[in-house]
Write a protein that binds this ligand. Structure first.
Ligand code: URP
Ligand code: ZN
Ligand code: ZN
Length: 465
Protein backbone atom coordinates (compact mmCIF):
# COMPACT_ATOMS: atom_id res chain seq x y z
CA UNK A 1 0.00 0.00 0.00
CA UNK A 2 1.35 3.41 -0.93
CA UNK A 3 -0.10 6.82 -0.25
CA UNK A 4 0.76 10.27 -1.62
CA UNK A 5 -0.42 13.37 0.26
CA UNK A 6 -0.04 16.32 -2.06
CA UNK A 7 0.32 20.04 -1.54
CA UNK A 8 -0.28 20.13 2.20
CA UNK A 9 1.06 22.73 4.56
CA UNK A 10 3.45 20.43 6.44
CA UNK A 11 4.04 21.44 10.05
CA UNK A 12 6.47 19.75 12.43
CA UNK A 13 7.81 21.04 15.75
CA UNK A 14 10.39 23.06 13.83
CA UNK A 15 9.33 23.34 10.17
CA UNK A 16 6.51 24.80 8.16
CA UNK A 17 6.43 24.41 4.36
CA UNK A 18 4.21 23.27 1.49
CA UNK A 19 5.11 19.86 0.08
CA UNK A 20 4.18 16.29 -0.80
CA UNK A 21 4.63 13.20 1.38
CA UNK A 22 4.92 9.71 -0.08
CA UNK A 23 4.64 6.65 2.14
CA UNK A 24 5.12 3.02 1.28
CA UNK A 25 5.20 -0.07 3.49
CA UNK A 26 4.17 1.83 6.61
CA UNK A 27 6.81 4.55 6.60
CA UNK A 28 7.51 7.84 4.91
CA UNK A 29 9.95 7.28 2.06
CA UNK A 30 9.95 10.60 0.22
CA UNK A 31 9.16 14.24 0.98
CA UNK A 32 9.43 16.85 -1.74
CA UNK A 33 7.81 19.42 -3.95
CA UNK A 34 5.46 18.34 -6.76
CA UNK A 35 6.48 14.68 -6.48
CA UNK A 36 5.79 12.86 -9.74
CA UNK A 37 5.12 9.38 -8.42
CA UNK A 38 2.24 6.89 -8.63
CA UNK A 39 0.52 5.78 -5.44
CA UNK A 40 -2.39 3.50 -4.50
CA UNK A 41 -4.08 6.51 -2.98
CA UNK A 42 -3.48 10.16 -3.75
CA UNK A 43 -4.84 12.77 -1.34
CA UNK A 44 -5.11 16.43 -2.19
CA UNK A 45 -4.19 18.33 0.99
CA UNK A 46 -3.95 21.78 -0.52
CA UNK A 47 -5.19 24.41 1.90
CA UNK A 48 -4.83 21.97 4.79
CA UNK A 49 -2.16 21.35 7.37
CA UNK A 50 -0.38 18.01 7.45
CA UNK A 51 0.93 17.26 10.93
CA UNK A 52 2.39 14.18 12.63
CA UNK A 53 -0.17 11.92 14.28
CA UNK A 54 -0.48 13.03 17.89
CA UNK A 55 0.87 10.92 20.74
CA UNK A 56 -1.14 10.76 23.97
CA UNK A 57 1.18 9.60 26.75
CA UNK A 58 -1.46 9.46 29.50
CA UNK A 59 -4.62 7.34 29.21
CA UNK A 60 -6.54 4.94 31.44
CA UNK A 61 -8.48 2.48 29.27
CA UNK A 62 -10.50 -0.37 30.77
CA UNK A 63 -8.87 0.38 34.12
CA UNK A 64 -10.29 -0.78 37.46
CA UNK A 65 -10.36 2.38 39.60
CA UNK A 66 -12.48 3.98 42.31
CA UNK A 67 -14.65 0.88 42.77
CA UNK A 68 -15.53 0.65 39.09
CA UNK A 69 -13.84 0.40 35.70
CA UNK A 70 -13.22 3.10 33.11
CA UNK A 71 -15.87 2.96 30.42
CA UNK A 72 -13.65 3.02 27.31
CA UNK A 73 -11.74 -0.07 26.32
CA UNK A 74 -8.98 -0.23 23.72
CA UNK A 75 -11.59 -0.28 20.95
CA UNK A 76 -13.74 2.73 21.86
CA UNK A 77 -10.82 4.60 23.40
CA UNK A 78 -8.60 4.28 20.34
CA UNK A 79 -11.43 5.07 17.94
CA UNK A 80 -12.15 8.26 19.90
CA UNK A 81 -8.43 9.08 19.88
CA UNK A 82 -8.25 8.55 16.12
CA UNK A 83 -11.12 10.98 15.46
CA UNK A 84 -9.14 13.59 17.36
CA UNK A 85 -5.94 13.04 15.36
CA UNK A 86 -4.13 10.88 17.92
CA UNK A 87 -2.34 7.92 16.35
CA UNK A 88 -0.42 6.51 19.34
CA UNK A 89 -1.13 6.37 23.03
CA UNK A 90 0.65 5.08 26.08
CA UNK A 91 -1.71 3.57 28.65
CA UNK A 92 -1.09 2.85 32.33
CA UNK A 93 -0.80 -0.85 33.10
CA UNK A 94 -1.63 -1.02 36.81
CA UNK A 95 -0.06 -3.58 39.14
CA UNK A 96 -2.96 -4.94 41.19
CA UNK A 97 -2.35 -5.84 44.88
CA UNK A 98 -0.09 -8.86 45.18
CA UNK A 99 0.52 -9.07 41.45
CA UNK A 100 3.89 -9.42 39.74
CA UNK A 101 4.77 -6.91 37.04
CA UNK A 102 4.76 -9.75 34.51
CA UNK A 103 1.16 -10.64 35.38
CA UNK A 104 0.09 -7.00 35.20
CA UNK A 105 1.60 -6.69 31.73
CA UNK A 106 -0.04 -9.94 30.60
CA UNK A 107 -3.40 -8.52 31.70
CA UNK A 108 -2.87 -5.35 29.65
CA UNK A 109 -1.68 -7.32 26.61
CA UNK A 110 -4.83 -9.43 26.89
CA UNK A 111 -6.89 -6.22 26.76
CA UNK A 112 -5.32 -5.10 23.48
CA UNK A 113 -5.47 -8.62 21.99
CA UNK A 114 -9.20 -8.73 22.76
CA UNK A 115 -10.12 -5.15 21.87
CA UNK A 116 -8.00 -4.63 18.77
CA UNK A 117 -6.98 -0.98 18.92
CA UNK A 118 -7.11 1.10 15.76
CA UNK A 119 -4.05 3.17 16.71
CA UNK A 120 -0.65 2.16 18.06
CA UNK A 121 -0.38 1.50 21.78
CA UNK A 122 2.37 1.34 24.38
CA UNK A 123 2.24 0.74 28.13
CA UNK A 124 3.70 2.35 31.24
CA UNK A 125 3.88 0.17 34.35
CA UNK A 126 2.25 1.64 37.47
CA UNK A 127 3.94 0.32 40.61
CA UNK A 128 1.58 0.08 43.56
CA UNK A 129 3.26 -2.45 45.83
CA UNK A 130 6.79 -3.74 46.34
CA UNK A 131 6.01 -5.91 49.37
CA UNK A 132 3.90 -8.56 47.77
CA UNK A 133 4.36 -9.69 44.19
CA UNK A 134 6.41 -6.88 42.67
CA UNK A 135 10.16 -7.03 43.23
CA UNK A 136 12.84 -4.51 42.33
CA UNK A 137 14.70 -7.22 40.38
CA UNK A 138 11.64 -7.81 38.19
CA UNK A 139 11.08 -4.09 37.81
CA UNK A 140 14.59 -3.67 36.45
CA UNK A 141 13.70 -6.10 33.65
CA UNK A 142 10.41 -4.46 32.61
CA UNK A 143 12.10 -2.11 30.07
CA UNK A 144 13.21 -5.24 28.14
CA UNK A 145 9.49 -5.66 27.31
CA UNK A 146 9.41 -2.23 25.66
CA UNK A 147 7.72 -0.75 28.74
CA UNK A 148 10.21 1.97 29.57
CA UNK A 149 8.42 4.19 32.10
CA UNK A 150 7.55 3.60 35.75
CA UNK A 151 4.52 5.42 37.18
CA UNK A 152 3.93 6.05 40.88
CA UNK A 153 0.97 7.64 42.61
CA UNK A 154 1.83 9.89 45.56
CA UNK A 155 -1.92 10.14 46.33
CA UNK A 156 -5.01 7.89 46.54
CA UNK A 157 -4.16 6.63 50.04
CA UNK A 158 -5.48 3.14 50.74
CA UNK A 159 -5.63 2.38 47.02
CA UNK A 160 -2.71 2.90 44.63
CA UNK A 161 -0.61 5.39 46.67
CA UNK A 162 3.00 4.50 47.44
CA UNK A 163 5.15 5.88 50.27
CA UNK A 164 8.43 7.75 49.80
CA UNK A 165 10.45 4.61 50.47
CA UNK A 166 8.84 2.85 47.51
CA UNK A 167 9.11 5.96 45.36
CA UNK A 168 12.80 6.32 46.11
CA UNK A 169 13.58 2.62 45.60
CA UNK A 170 11.85 2.69 42.21
CA UNK A 171 13.74 5.84 41.25
CA UNK A 172 17.03 4.10 42.00
CA UNK A 173 16.05 1.16 39.77
CA UNK A 174 15.07 3.60 37.02
CA UNK A 175 18.43 5.33 37.24
CA UNK A 176 19.99 2.00 36.21
CA UNK A 177 17.35 0.54 33.91
CA UNK A 178 16.90 3.68 31.80
CA UNK A 179 13.18 4.01 32.56
CA UNK A 180 11.58 7.42 32.94
CA UNK A 181 9.84 7.87 36.32
CA UNK A 182 6.37 9.42 36.16
CA UNK A 183 4.63 10.73 39.25
CA UNK A 184 1.13 11.75 40.17
CA UNK A 185 2.27 14.42 42.61
CA UNK A 186 -0.08 15.21 45.49
CA UNK A 187 0.46 14.76 49.21
CA UNK A 188 -1.88 11.80 49.73
CA UNK A 189 -1.44 11.66 53.52
CA UNK A 190 -2.51 15.27 54.06
CA UNK A 191 -5.36 14.96 51.56
CA UNK A 192 -6.65 11.83 53.31
CA UNK A 193 -6.95 13.77 56.58
CA UNK A 194 -8.64 16.73 54.89
CA UNK A 195 -11.16 14.40 53.22
CA UNK A 196 -11.98 12.65 56.50
CA UNK A 197 -12.43 16.04 58.24
CA UNK A 198 -14.74 17.31 55.49
CA UNK A 199 -16.92 14.20 55.61
CA UNK A 200 -17.05 14.27 59.42
CA UNK A 201 -18.34 17.85 59.16
CA UNK A 202 -21.09 16.69 56.79
CA UNK A 203 -19.55 18.14 53.63
CA UNK A 204 -20.39 15.62 50.94
CA UNK A 205 -20.85 17.61 47.70
CA UNK A 206 -18.49 17.38 44.67
CA UNK A 207 -16.98 20.82 45.35
CA UNK A 208 -15.27 19.31 48.42
CA UNK A 209 -13.12 17.29 46.06
CA UNK A 210 -11.22 20.51 45.26
CA UNK A 211 -11.47 21.96 48.76
CA UNK A 212 -9.72 18.91 50.24
CA UNK A 213 -6.90 18.91 47.66
CA UNK A 214 -5.47 22.43 47.89
CA UNK A 215 -2.82 23.44 45.30
CA UNK A 216 -0.03 23.47 47.88
CA UNK A 217 -0.44 19.69 48.37
CA UNK A 218 0.39 19.33 44.67
CA UNK A 219 3.27 21.80 44.89
CA UNK A 220 4.78 20.07 47.93
CA UNK A 221 4.65 16.61 46.33
CA UNK A 222 6.02 17.92 43.03
CA UNK A 223 9.04 19.42 44.77
CA UNK A 224 9.51 16.28 46.89
CA UNK A 225 9.52 14.06 43.80
CA UNK A 226 11.98 16.35 42.03
CA UNK A 227 14.40 16.35 44.96
CA UNK A 228 14.17 12.58 45.49
CA UNK A 229 14.80 12.01 41.78
CA UNK A 230 17.94 14.16 42.05
CA UNK A 231 19.22 12.06 44.95
CA UNK A 232 18.44 8.83 43.09
CA UNK A 233 19.86 10.07 39.78
CA UNK A 234 16.58 9.33 37.99
CA UNK A 235 14.80 11.25 35.24
CA UNK A 236 11.35 12.47 36.26
CA UNK A 237 8.17 13.42 34.39
CA UNK A 238 5.39 15.00 36.47
CA UNK A 239 1.96 14.20 35.08
CA UNK A 240 -1.13 16.43 34.95
CA UNK A 241 0.35 19.63 36.41
CA UNK A 242 -2.61 21.82 37.33
CA UNK A 243 -1.46 24.92 39.21
CA UNK A 244 1.19 27.54 39.88
CA UNK A 245 2.30 25.77 43.06
CA UNK A 246 3.40 22.77 40.96
CA UNK A 247 4.70 24.82 38.03
CA UNK A 248 7.15 26.68 40.29
CA UNK A 249 9.30 23.70 41.34
CA UNK A 250 9.34 22.45 37.74
CA UNK A 251 10.44 25.90 36.56
CA UNK A 252 13.23 25.78 39.11
CA UNK A 253 14.26 22.32 37.89
CA UNK A 254 14.23 23.38 34.22
CA UNK A 255 16.27 26.46 35.08
CA UNK A 256 18.80 24.39 37.02
CA UNK A 257 18.99 21.75 34.28
CA UNK A 258 17.78 18.99 36.59
CA UNK A 259 16.24 16.00 34.81
CA UNK A 260 12.64 16.84 35.67
CA UNK A 261 9.86 17.84 33.30
CA UNK A 262 6.09 18.20 33.39
CA UNK A 263 2.92 17.95 31.33
CA UNK A 264 -0.51 19.47 31.69
CA UNK A 265 -3.88 18.51 30.20
CA UNK A 266 -6.70 20.44 28.46
CA UNK A 267 -9.01 20.16 31.48
CA UNK A 268 -6.64 22.39 33.46
CA UNK A 269 -6.35 24.94 30.65
CA UNK A 270 -10.10 25.32 30.13
CA UNK A 271 -12.06 24.26 33.23
CA UNK A 272 -11.88 25.93 36.63
CA UNK A 273 -13.03 24.94 40.12
CA UNK A 274 -16.48 26.53 39.72
CA UNK A 275 -17.48 23.61 37.44
CA UNK A 276 -17.65 21.44 40.57
CA UNK A 277 -20.51 23.61 41.85
CA UNK A 278 -22.87 22.74 38.97
CA UNK A 279 -26.27 21.76 40.39
CA UNK A 280 -28.00 18.39 40.44
CA UNK A 281 -24.75 16.54 40.95
CA UNK A 282 -23.49 17.62 37.54
CA UNK A 283 -20.35 18.87 39.32
CA UNK A 284 -19.33 15.21 39.67
CA UNK A 285 -18.42 15.21 35.96
CA UNK A 286 -15.46 17.42 36.87
CA UNK A 287 -14.19 15.27 39.72
CA UNK A 288 -10.76 14.40 38.37
CA UNK A 289 -7.45 14.61 40.14
CA UNK A 290 -5.77 17.02 40.64
CA UNK A 291 -9.05 18.92 40.70
CA UNK A 292 -10.02 21.89 38.53
CA UNK A 293 -8.24 24.91 40.02
CA UNK A 294 -8.99 28.63 40.50
CA UNK A 295 -9.13 30.26 37.07
CA UNK A 296 -5.96 32.33 37.45
CA UNK A 297 -3.93 29.12 37.12
CA UNK A 298 -4.94 28.84 33.47
CA UNK A 299 -2.77 31.81 32.44
CA UNK A 300 0.10 30.36 34.44
CA UNK A 301 -0.24 27.05 32.59
CA UNK A 302 -0.35 28.72 29.15
CA UNK A 303 2.71 30.73 30.06
CA UNK A 304 4.51 27.57 31.21
CA UNK A 305 3.63 25.84 27.93
CA UNK A 306 4.93 28.77 25.88
CA UNK A 307 8.13 29.23 27.86
CA UNK A 308 9.11 25.54 27.95
CA UNK A 309 8.60 25.09 31.69
CA UNK A 310 5.93 22.52 30.78
CA UNK A 311 6.92 20.22 27.95
CA UNK A 312 3.84 18.30 26.80
CA UNK A 313 0.04 18.12 26.81
CA UNK A 314 -1.63 14.76 27.43
CA UNK A 315 -5.30 14.01 28.05
CA UNK A 316 -5.33 11.88 31.24
CA UNK A 317 -8.39 10.30 29.62
CA UNK A 318 -9.96 8.36 32.51
CA UNK A 319 -13.58 8.08 31.40
CA UNK A 320 -16.61 7.19 33.49
CA UNK A 321 -20.29 7.51 32.81
CA UNK A 322 -22.04 10.13 34.88
CA UNK A 323 -25.08 7.90 35.23
CA UNK A 324 -24.16 4.82 37.24
CA UNK A 325 -20.47 5.55 37.80
CA UNK A 326 -20.03 9.18 38.90
CA UNK A 327 -23.32 8.79 40.77
CA UNK A 328 -21.67 6.21 43.06
CA UNK A 329 -20.60 9.26 45.04
CA UNK A 330 -23.96 11.02 45.30
CA UNK A 331 -23.79 11.03 49.10
CA UNK A 332 -20.02 11.19 49.49
CA UNK A 333 -17.69 13.10 47.15
CA UNK A 334 -14.79 10.76 48.04
CA UNK A 335 -16.69 7.88 46.40
CA UNK A 336 -17.01 9.66 43.03
CA UNK A 337 -14.62 7.83 40.69
CA UNK A 338 -11.84 10.29 39.82
CA UNK A 339 -11.36 10.94 36.12
CA UNK A 340 -12.44 12.90 33.08
CA UNK A 341 -13.17 12.34 29.40
CA UNK A 342 -10.84 13.96 26.88
CA UNK A 343 -9.02 11.64 24.48
CA UNK A 344 -10.80 12.98 21.37
CA UNK A 345 -10.56 16.72 21.91
CA UNK A 346 -6.95 17.59 22.79
CA UNK A 347 -6.01 18.90 19.33
CA UNK A 348 -9.44 20.48 18.76
CA UNK A 349 -9.12 22.52 21.97
CA UNK A 350 -5.45 23.41 21.62
CA UNK A 351 -5.81 24.39 17.98
CA UNK A 352 -8.91 26.53 18.47
CA UNK A 353 -8.09 28.22 21.78
CA UNK A 354 -4.31 27.92 21.55
CA UNK A 355 -3.31 28.48 17.91
CA UNK A 356 -6.32 30.42 16.59
CA UNK A 357 -6.31 32.68 19.65
CA UNK A 358 -2.53 33.22 19.44
CA UNK A 359 -1.56 31.58 22.70
CA UNK A 360 0.79 29.10 20.97
CA UNK A 361 2.03 28.57 17.43
CA UNK A 362 1.09 25.59 15.27
CA UNK A 363 4.72 24.39 15.61
CA UNK A 364 4.41 24.48 19.40
CA UNK A 365 1.10 22.59 19.26
CA UNK A 366 2.86 19.86 17.27
CA UNK A 367 5.76 19.86 19.70
CA UNK A 368 3.51 19.62 22.78
CA UNK A 369 1.11 16.96 21.49
CA UNK A 370 3.26 14.93 19.07
CA UNK A 371 7.02 15.38 19.16
CA UNK A 372 7.72 15.88 22.86
CA UNK A 373 5.56 12.94 24.03
CA UNK A 374 7.23 10.73 21.39
CA UNK A 375 10.68 11.80 22.61
CA UNK A 376 9.94 11.43 26.33
CA UNK A 377 8.45 8.00 25.87
CA UNK A 378 10.94 6.38 23.51
CA UNK A 379 8.90 6.54 20.29
CA UNK A 380 10.85 9.19 18.38
CA UNK A 381 11.66 9.45 15.48
CA UNK A 382 9.31 6.63 14.42
CA UNK A 383 6.50 8.69 15.95
CA UNK A 384 5.97 12.39 16.59
CA UNK A 385 7.44 13.89 13.44
CA UNK A 386 7.27 13.93 9.65
CA UNK A 387 10.58 12.71 8.26
CA UNK A 388 11.89 10.12 5.84
CA UNK A 389 11.97 6.84 7.77
CA UNK A 390 9.28 7.85 10.28
CA UNK A 391 6.06 5.87 10.51
CA UNK A 392 3.45 7.34 8.18
CA UNK A 393 1.26 8.46 11.09
CA UNK A 394 -0.22 11.58 9.59
CA UNK A 395 -3.13 13.94 10.12
CA UNK A 396 -4.54 16.10 7.36
CA UNK A 397 -5.90 18.92 9.49
CA UNK A 398 -8.63 21.18 8.16
CA UNK A 399 -8.20 24.41 10.12
CA UNK A 400 -11.63 25.64 8.99
CA UNK A 401 -13.72 22.55 9.77
CA UNK A 402 -16.38 23.41 12.35
CA UNK A 403 -17.29 21.10 15.19
CA UNK A 404 -19.48 21.33 18.26
CA UNK A 405 -18.05 19.02 20.89
CA UNK A 406 -20.78 16.85 22.38
CA UNK A 407 -21.33 13.48 24.03
CA UNK A 408 -24.08 12.96 21.43
CA UNK A 409 -21.49 12.75 18.67
CA UNK A 410 -18.19 11.83 20.32
CA UNK A 411 -16.75 8.34 20.03
CA UNK A 412 -16.02 7.62 23.67
CA UNK A 413 -18.49 5.37 25.50
CA UNK A 414 -18.93 8.01 28.19
CA UNK A 415 -22.35 9.62 28.50
CA UNK A 416 -20.81 13.07 28.93
CA UNK A 417 -17.85 15.17 27.85
CA UNK A 418 -15.93 17.84 29.75
CA UNK A 419 -16.32 20.27 26.83
CA UNK A 420 -20.02 19.82 25.99
CA UNK A 421 -21.29 22.47 23.58
CA UNK A 422 -17.86 24.01 22.89
CA UNK A 423 -17.67 25.21 19.28
CA UNK A 424 -14.27 24.80 17.66
CA UNK A 425 -12.86 25.46 14.20
CA UNK A 426 -10.21 22.92 13.15
CA UNK A 427 -10.43 19.11 13.00
CA UNK A 428 -8.86 16.15 11.24
CA UNK A 429 -9.92 15.53 7.64
CA UNK A 430 -7.94 12.32 7.29
CA UNK A 431 -5.83 10.25 9.68
CA UNK A 432 -3.30 7.52 8.86
CA UNK A 433 -1.43 5.03 11.02
CA UNK A 434 1.66 3.53 9.38
CA UNK A 435 0.28 4.50 5.99
CA UNK A 436 -3.20 3.02 6.45
CA UNK A 437 -6.09 5.46 6.39
CA UNK A 438 -8.05 5.00 9.62
CA UNK A 439 -10.30 8.08 9.56
CA UNK A 440 -11.56 9.50 6.28
CA UNK A 441 -13.74 12.60 6.69
CA UNK A 442 -16.25 11.61 9.35
CA UNK A 443 -15.93 7.89 8.66
CA UNK A 444 -13.95 5.30 10.59
CA UNK A 445 -12.33 3.15 7.90
CA UNK A 446 -9.73 1.42 10.08
CA UNK A 447 -9.64 -2.33 10.05
CA UNK A 448 -9.95 -3.66 13.63
CA UNK A 449 -6.44 -4.32 14.84
CA UNK A 450 -4.90 -1.63 12.64
CA UNK A 451 -3.01 -0.54 15.75
CA UNK A 452 0.01 -2.40 17.06
CA UNK A 453 1.82 -2.66 20.38
CA UNK A 454 4.89 -0.41 20.34
CA UNK A 455 7.99 -1.65 22.13
CA UNK A 456 9.44 1.67 23.23
CA UNK A 457 13.09 2.65 23.60
CA UNK A 458 14.52 3.62 26.98
CA UNK A 459 14.49 7.27 28.00
CA UNK A 460 16.62 9.45 25.72
CA UNK A 461 17.13 6.70 23.13
CA UNK A 462 15.81 6.74 19.59
CA UNK A 463 13.21 4.26 18.35
CA UNK A 464 14.16 3.10 14.91
CA UNK A 465 12.79 0.33 12.67
O1 URP B 1 -8.68 11.80 38.08
C1 URP B 1 -7.81 11.20 37.48
N1 URP B 1 -6.80 11.86 36.97
N2 URP B 1 -7.92 9.86 37.32
C2 URP B 1 -6.99 9.03 36.70
C3 URP B 1 -5.91 8.58 37.59
C4 URP B 1 -4.87 9.65 37.70
O2 URP B 1 -4.72 10.22 38.77
O3 URP B 1 -4.21 9.96 36.72
ZN1 ZN C 1 -2.95 11.05 38.41
ZN1 ZN D 1 -4.01 9.70 34.89
Amino acid sequence: MSILIKGGHIVTASDDYVGDIYAENESITLIGKSLDIEADRVIDASGKYVIPGAVDPHTHLEMPFGGTITCDDFTSGTVAAAFGGTTSLVDFCIQMPGETFGTALETWHEKIDRCKPVIDVGFHIAITDLNDGGTLEDLAKVPDEGVTSYKLFMAYKGAVMVDDETLFKVMRVAADSGALVMVHAENGDAIDILVKDALAAGNTEPVWHARTRPPITEGEATNRAIQLARVAGASLYVVHVSCKEAIDPIAKARDADWDAWGETCPQYLFIDETALEKPDFEGAKYVYTPPPRPKENQDELWHALRSGVLSAVSTDHCPFNWDGQKTLGRDDFSKIPNGGVGIENRLHMLHHFGVREDRITMNRLVELCCTAPAKFFGMYPRKGTIAVGSDADLVVWDAEKELTISAKTHHSNSDYTLFEGTEVRGAPELVTVRGQVIVDGDELVAKPGAGQFVKRATFGDALTA
